[in-house]
Design a protein around this ligand. Structure first.
Ligand code: CA
Length: 694
């Protein structure tokens, strides 16, 4: 059949066009299993089911890289984090941006073919821990699948962007579920997880029929109310590892990043997030809280648990185990092992047998880990340092030694390339009065803590970031490429002996894969978090990346993390000889804040109270010490805005723009204190610039 159509196409060019327009519907299971041969496209999250993020394309290589230039860019007009892996099929790029919006873009020219906005209610931003991001779509048989921030899974017609079906994967109207991860196609199903463990939900992944949107199975990651019985033996076993009444809080363990699939073993793999609340002492004080902070394997046919490996038993530090998983067949100790690998938030690099879950090896890939001294060499269970679960400063911080930003594996060099952070520190002081509150986050962190640990934390050195080349067999670093910021983006490796990576200061760089020498850079004008991809059309190799700075690091805007660059979101695409003009539109405030003309009580006591409240409630989006990154810098707020702060913060006057109401969290007096703090910070900025009180 294929032969006949090829002959026909060669004879009748008109038929070639017809074949091309119908070709998208043929991206079936067998094609998904052989994406490694399809070098022109980038058809799934990590390019192949192994998620290597390695391309055999080599037109752009260590010799030709000097000629690499921009061939087109597209401005999205957004200002928040862009984290997606763009997929490429037959000349079209499918990418996602802020608020789960999907874009189909001409891969040669950057022209928009269609846009689909699922119209996520903007006030939901309150229940999304880490910015209004999305990490990408899945493609299958002519449809584009996307998960949304309000917990829906939507199938779109690949040619038009028209919705084919739209299902709720979670009771998001009453519970703070969100989806930021990319769906995974397995055996005619779309598999998707969710986020929300910071707020108190019960984690699970679900499989839906790709054609109809009908749910096939659901696998819960933590047990529910024991009095109602358990869904499976796995849940019954897990319930024995919890104390207290976890089900009233939800339990957590959300699978918020990618799900990977081995079609030969017919197993789906994914990591789970933290338990709710963060702190062991607030969850009854004992137990491993299965299956949180774990790597799990589930049978695709039935949704049953095949094996589990808990990276951080009884997690106390937000060590989600959701970092991207990579499959490989490695020669270890004289035999070929089918492994799955992860550079975990907790600072250890894990190599597991992916058929059985057996621990093969694990070693720290960053320096300065304080919560554990190492892993048991037989079981891989961490050896916790004494008192690490008591109030303490712990490294790595919840952002992790490595987070969601995908790593790459090159079968040519045998190395894994990953963005690693050393020396991130976080203060963990449980709130002994914590009670589950469905209207706010449920980390269980003590609000307004001012004890000696807070002062100590301020005096600690800043974290550092690097692109790390890691040998997963010897569990040692092959090379390090340090950068001037703590945060690096996702990684792409190619047969051109190159590794591409963007970073928080807006630089997209190419390194030699064998030794880490930086060979090429481009200033994208805004911080890069997403991984680049590569594809080929008409014999020309392209490299494409989304640039857009945000996420918890971007919104929190900690000055200790280096010269990060907020800005407008864009897609940048490069070819050899590319010479498109590019000038990033100016973003942010060039001048110091104006002197505020509003009269409020700015007594030291009120301002101090406002500072503590700002830290707990506002800084996560509007920046540490009220110096913002991507979102509005409140020191520059107009008099009208400052005067109307009660209507905005309590009344929800700007809910439609993503600023939710804090009516259930803050009182009018507390908002006045926050107002006083903002005014005082604006005055400090204005005074430093020599401005005078009006
Ligand atoms: Ca978490």
């Amino acid at each position: 059949m294929l032969k006949h159509s090829l002959i026909a196409c060669a004879i009748f060019p008109a038929l070639l066009l017809l074949a091309a327009s119908g070709r998208t519907a043929t991206l079936d299971d067998s094609k998904l299993r052989s994406t490694d041969q399809d070098t022109g496209n980038w058809l799934m999250y990590g390019r192949t089911y192994e998620d290597h993020r390695f391309s055999p394309l080599n037109q752009i290589n260590e010799q030709s890289i000097g000629k690499l230039g921009l061939t087109w860019s597209h401005e999205f007009g957004t200002t928040r984090g862009l984290e997606a892996t763009p997929l490429v099929e037959d000349g079209i790029i499918y990418a996602t941006g802020n608020w789960s919006v999907v874009y189909a873009i001409d891969a040669k020219t950057g022209k928009i073919r269609w846009t689909y906005d699922p119209k996520v209610p903007r006030a939901r931003a309150y229940f999304i821990c880490c910015d209004v991001v999305n990490r990408g779509v899945a493609l299958y048989r002519g449809k584009v699948y996307v998960g949304t921030l309000d917990g829906r899974l939507i199938a779109l017609d690949e040619r038009t962007g028209a919705p084919v079906w739209d299902v709720s994967t979670a009771d998001s109207s009453t519970k703070p579920y969100a989806i930021t991860g990319a769906p995974r196609i397995a055996k005619g199903m779309v598999v998707i997880g969710n986020a929300g463990a910071e707020y108190g939900v019960r984690g699970y992944i679900s499989a839906f029929d790709a054609q109809t949107g009908k749910m096939v199975w659901r696998f819960y990651t933590v047990p529910g109310d024991p009095s109602k019985g358990f869904e499976s033996k796995a849940m019954e076993i897990a319930a024995k590892t919890w104390s207290g009444e976890w089900w009233k809080v939800g339990g957590g363990g959300t699978a918020w990043e990618g799900i990977v699939y081995d079609p030969t073993l017919d197993l789906l793999y994914f990591g789970t997030g933290n338990p709710t609340a963060w702190y062991r002492s607030l969850r009854g004080g004992s137990g491993e809280s299965l299956y949180t902070a774990s790597i799990l394997a589930v049978r695709a046919a039935t949704g049953e648990l095949a094996w589990h490996f808990q990276t951080t038993p009884g997690d106390n530090w937000d060590f989600d185990s959701t970092q991207p998983l990579v499959q490989a067949d490695l020669s270890i100790g004289g035999r070929t092992r089918k492994v799955i690998m992860q550079a975990n938030k907790n600072g250890f690099f894990y190599v597991l047998d992916r058929a059985t879950g057996e621990f093969i090896s694990g070693k720290p890939f960053v320096s300065g880990i304080t919560w554990a001294t190492g892993l048991d060499p037989k079981t891989g269970r961490p050896v916790e340092t004494p008192d690490s679960a008591k109030p303490a400063i712990i490294s790595p911080a919840p952002d992790g030694a490595h987070n969601w930003n995908p790593m790459a594996f090159s079968p040519t060099t045998g190395l894994v390339y990953l963005p690693a952070k050393s020396g991130t520190q976080s203060l963990h002081v449980p709130d002994t009065n914590w009670k589950y509150n469905p209207d706010k986050n449920n980390l269980g962190r003590a609000p307004g803590y001012e004890g000696p640990l807070a002062a100590k934390l301020k005096s600690m050195p800043h974290p550092t970031g690097e692109l790390l080349a890691w040998n997963p067999v010897s569990q040692r670093a092959a090379w390090h490429a340090k950068y001037p910021v703590a945060v690096g983006g996702g990684v792409l490796a190619t047969a051109g002996n190159l590794v591409f990576q963007g970073r928080a200061d807006g630089v997209l760089a190419a390194y030699r894969a064998t030794d880490g020498k930086q060979l090429w850079t481009f200033d994208a004008g805004t911080g890069i978090m997403a991984p680049p991809v590569t594809y080929q059309i008409d014999g020309v190799q392209y490299v494409s990346v989304l640039a857009g700075w945000g996420g918890p690091d971007g919104l929190g805007n900690d000055p200790g993390w280096g010269p990060v660059k907020p800005g407008f979101g864009r897609m940048l695409t490069f070819t050899l000889g590319g010479n498109a003009a590019f000038k990033a539109p100016a973003f942010g405030h060039k001048d110091p804040p104006p002197m505020p003309s509003i009269t409020v009580n700015t007594s030291p006591q009120v301002v101090h109270q406002g500072e503590l409240l700002f830290d707990d409630n506002c800084a996560g989006c509007h920046g540490a010490k009220a110096v913002a990154g991507p979102l509005p810098d409140l020191r520059y707020a107009s008099t009208q805005t400052l005067e109307g702060i009660q209507a905005i913060v309590l009344g929800g006057a700007r809910a439609a723009r993503g600023m939710p109401s804090f009516q259930k969290i803050l009182t009018a007096e507390q908002v006045r204190a926050i107002q006083a703090y903002i005014v005082s910070r604006a005055r400090e900025g204005a005074k430093a610039a020599g401005r005078r009180n009006p």
